[in-house]
Ligand binder design. Structure first.
Ligand SMILES: [Zn+2]
Length: 694
């Protein structure tokens, strides 16, 4: 990979530790860990910022000071030499990061390196007692929302296992906050019981908030497949948590069984839009057997992954599955989802016939198979690929290092003016991020001419080779508009088959249900509408409707021992969303967000009264400022009306209740003015009255 990075012109901004395990480093690792006892061969453990690729060893739970219920006060510091001067303080198991943790970069400049928050609110909620031998399952997130938010819990006896951990980045409704994460505060009192964190795949809506959630739960051991684990490693590294993490790589192809306290767990390889996606099979000591799936599809001819492991899945019914969960994302789509192979053919046609200026292809940076397809096509037609966007460059580097990507020397370079020099424009294939969450993704910057090396011009062709999900359709269309304004040629899925979906269509959903033959079935993910269509598909295949569980987030179902019946708890866990707003973590329905909502929908009116301290009489003219409330033609008239009304309300109130407290006075003024404006103008601004006594 070092060669590869050199090839990318050494300008690659990878975090320092995502570098190659070359021979020297491996030898060092051997020395460093000479005392470690070897365990099962299949398990690869990450420790001290390295995956032990060739020395397959397990590390005992890292000795974190205070990692016990008796000692709650801990000081943890990062072991990475570069960051030793920055300490992170952990109190009562909450990590309070320095507000601006800085590091010195190679060129001597200071930059904000990282800031993370793991301070969850207090929630008074106790999980209801679980009867002996019963196994509990609960969607914490994943049902009942249009957004992709994923997190589940399984409990047997006192042992808890969590699955996946979403993040959502800012959308227009989030009003200025950076991103949102699940509130796990009700779980923090059970942190001693959380025995493992299982991850299905590497999309951010499954791993993105681990850096906040894991420290609050005392860093339980995390299990994932190889590619997923590396992306998690990158997240932890950037949050300076890697030294405290126990990350265990699991094999989803061989039927490797992992014992996690009172659970036996197995990963199954399935296809999706990111490598190494897995189903998870969990069996409790109570004899309940759950097949947990999340995003998946069947692809008999995937670009890089192996096809879904149908042989193993086919025989899973013999275990008598208690519960099968299945992805409802595209439950409305009939037939089968398209194979990656079809996209290859379409992309090849486009690339081979492209003789005009540059070809810019926008895709998700985690869609490694799409990138491999483009690499192969470009090699065949003697084109050069230029990567644009930090996550694109980083993910490609990781995938190449792990051999998910096979790239011949000289085919792929980083997008810089220096690198493109001498390459004819029609031989330049620029692969760029079009993240559905990043407003300022590389493509947006190119379309707005804010990119440091690519400005889209008249003869360029831009291909959207990634999905347009309903909630970001508007912003995609806005980018397309910008590109068309620049006279670029735009190709989307509507013009060519340049994209496949990462989720199963109806026929695949039916096949899996018939293969697994569970006692109970639960359609999961997305709105009730999509889950209900999935339920109807299951009923059409002859599945007993009474055995289909439709659960809201926070609902719990308890399974009787040995594939027994299910019981739904009347108690519902409090499911809340937290927003990360600058340097703080807050409830998504906090008064700040409510106020922002009001300002967005209603506008602002500030009115100030200068009054005599003793007599309370208004002195001089009243001041009024409004934003977004009145139009130019009406401003004088309306401001005069408001001032007159405000003066009347103030004077009457002070006359009626001379010793009224200021806060009550302000409230009366605000409410009366609100009523008045609604009545006179049919408008509802946010009103901020102020009284200044002189
Ligand atoms: Zn996914």
């Amino acid at each position: 990979m070092k060669d590869f990075l050199d090839e990318l012109d050494k300008e690659l901004s990878l975090p320092e530790d995502i570098d190659v395990l070359d021979q020297t480093e491996t030898e060092m690792e051997k020395e460093n860990h000479a005392e470690i006892k070897p365990v099962k061969k299949e398990i690869v453990v990450i420790k001290n910022n390295r995956i032990m690729n060739d020395v397959i060893k397990a590390i005992p739970m890292s000795k974190k000071e205070g990692d016990s219920s008796t000692n709650k006060k801990v000081i943890v510091h990062n072991h990475n030499n570069n960051h030793n001067h920055n300490k992170t303080k952990v109190e009562n198991n909450q990590i309070i990061g320095d507000d601006n943790i800085k590091k010195t970069s190679n060129n001597g400049e200071h930059e904000i390196r990282w800031k993370f928050i793991s301070k969850f609110p207090d929630t008074k909620f106790y999980l209801p007692a679980l009867r002996q031998g019963y196994t509990r399952y609960m969607p914490i997130w994943g049902n009942n929302e249009t957004w992709a938010k994923n997190m589940w819990m399984v409990q047997y006896d006192e042992d808890i296992i969590l699955i996946d951990c979403w993040v959502q980045f800012a959308d227009p409704d989030m009003l200025g906050v950076n991103y949102s994460i699940p509130d796990v505060s009700f779980l923090t009192k059970y942190k001693k019981n959380i025995k493992g964190f299982l991850i299905t795949h590497a999309h951010l809506d499954h791993i993105g908030s681990l850096k906040h959630v894991m420290p609050a739960l005392w860093m339980p051991t995390l299990y994932a497949t190889r590619f997923t684990l590396w992306l998690i490693k990158k997240i932890f590294e950037e949050a300076w948590l890697l030294s405290y993490a126990n990350l265990i790589e699991v094999d989803s192809h061989t039927g490797q069984k992992i014992k996690i306290w009172k659970f036996s767990v197995e990963f199954f390889n399935v296809n999706h839009s990111v490598p190494d996606c897995a189903w998870i099979y969990l069996e409790s000591e109570g004899g309940t057997k759950i097949v947990h799936t999340w995003d998946f599809k069947i692809d008999h001819t995937p670009a890089i992954d192996k096809p879904a492991d149908l042989d193993r899945i086919e025989s899973i019914w013999k275990r008598w599955i208690s519960l099968f969960l299945s992805d409802s994302t595209w439950s409305t789509r009939k037939g089968f989802s398209m194979s990656e192979k079809n996209v290859w053919e379409e992309l090849e046609k486009i690339v081979s016939n492209h003789t005009k200026w540059r070809l810019i292809i926008a895709t998700f940076s985690s869609w490694i198979s799409r990138i491999q397809q483009l690499v192969d096509i470009c090699e065949k037609y003697d084109k050069t690929i230029f990567l644009s966007g930090r996550s694109m460059v980083e993910n490609v580097a990781i995938a190449k290092e792990l051999w998910y990507l096979n790239i011949k020397q000289g085919i792929v370079k980083k997008m810089t003016p220096k690198n493109t020099k001498g390459v004819a424009p029609h031989n330049q294939i620029i692969i760029t991020t079009w993240s559905q969450w990043e407003e300022f993704s590389a493509l947006t910057r190119m379309a707005e001419w804010k990119h440091n090396s690519v400005e889209v011009i008249k003869w360029d062709t831009v291909i959207f080779s990634s999905s347009i999900v309903p909630w970001n359709e508007k912003s995609v269309i806005s980018i397309i508009n910008k590109l068309i304004h620049l006279w670029a040629n735009v190709i989307t899925k509507d013009d060519w088959e340049v994209h496949t979906w990462g989720h199963a269509f109806q026929e695949e959903q039916k096949i899996f249900l018939q293969l697994v033959k569970p006692k109970y079935f639960m359609p999961i993910f997305w709105d009730l509408y999509f889950r209900t269509v999935h339920k109807n598909t299951a009923v059409d295949t002859g599945f007993n409707e009474e055995n289909i569980l439709m659960l809201d987030n926070g609902n719990m179902v308890d399974f009787a021992p040995n594939n027994g019946n299910v019981f739904k708890s009347r108690i519902k866990a409090p499911i809340q969303e937290l927003v990360i707003d600058g340097f703080g973590m807050w409830l998504a329905n906090s008064h700040v967000i409510q106020a922002r909502e009001k300002m967005m929908n209603s506008w602002v009116l500030v009115i100030s009264f200068k009054v005599d301290k003793k007599t309370k009489a208004i002195l001089g003219h009243m001041k009024l400022e409004s934003r977004g409330l009145v139009y130019l033609d009406e401003v004088r008239f309306i401001h005069r009306l408001i001032i007159k009304k405000a003066r009347d309300v103030y004077e009457n109130t002070v006359k009626d209740v001379p010793d009224i407290e200021e806060k009550d006075l302000l409230k009366i003024i605000r409410l009366d003015l609100e009523k008045f404006l609604l009545h006179r103008l049919d408008r509802e601004p946010m009103i901020i009255p102020m009284v200044v006594e002189v």
